[in-house]
Design a protein around this ligand. Sequence first.
Ligand SMILES: [Mg+2]
Length: 209
Amino acid sequence: MIFDNDGVLVDSERLANTILADLLTEAGLPYTFDEAVRDFMGGSMVSMRQQAEVKLGAPLPADLEDRYHQRLFDGFARLQPVPGVREVLDQLDAEGITYCLASSGTHRRIHTALTAVGFWERFEGRIYSSEDVQHGKPAPDLFLYAASSMGVKPTDCVVVEDSPLGVAAANAAGMKVFGFAAMTAEEKLASADAIFHQMTALPALIRVA
Ligand SMILES: [Mg+2]
């Protein structure tokens, strides 16, 4: 099992996209929360900058990522796990199903988030970041890197993702993918093998995978 982090393990997307929309607006590119979710959720800050600079027609402030992470990490003091995911991980542990994490976030962001919700020990040594590969999601690179590092064939992996970029990456990697449609509209995850809306529904999907 390969878990996405933001929006799947940690309930960070509302905070993250609010901050991002604010910073882009302050930089002269007016963005709402919903537009930030639509355009950037699930992607890396590297690809966010590339897309936003094309729209703006000018470079974004050089310190935008630093200010984003500063505000985000301040907010992570109140970060919560996605409801029900702790119980899912407990069940995977009990059943001996191996799992890891593959995120578009930086290693520092992943570490900060996992520590805040008490998940660090569960994933330590099994964490893969877009920083580790040349092309982040929606390219397959990150998931393929995670699978090879774990010594598992891509066709034996199941990805849990909440963003269209992540579902596309899993499709490209030839992996089965379950789309978590909690914050994301179901139709945007249509290329997933299954869609679920609450973490309590995940164990049943895993059993038939
Ligand atoms: Mg996500």
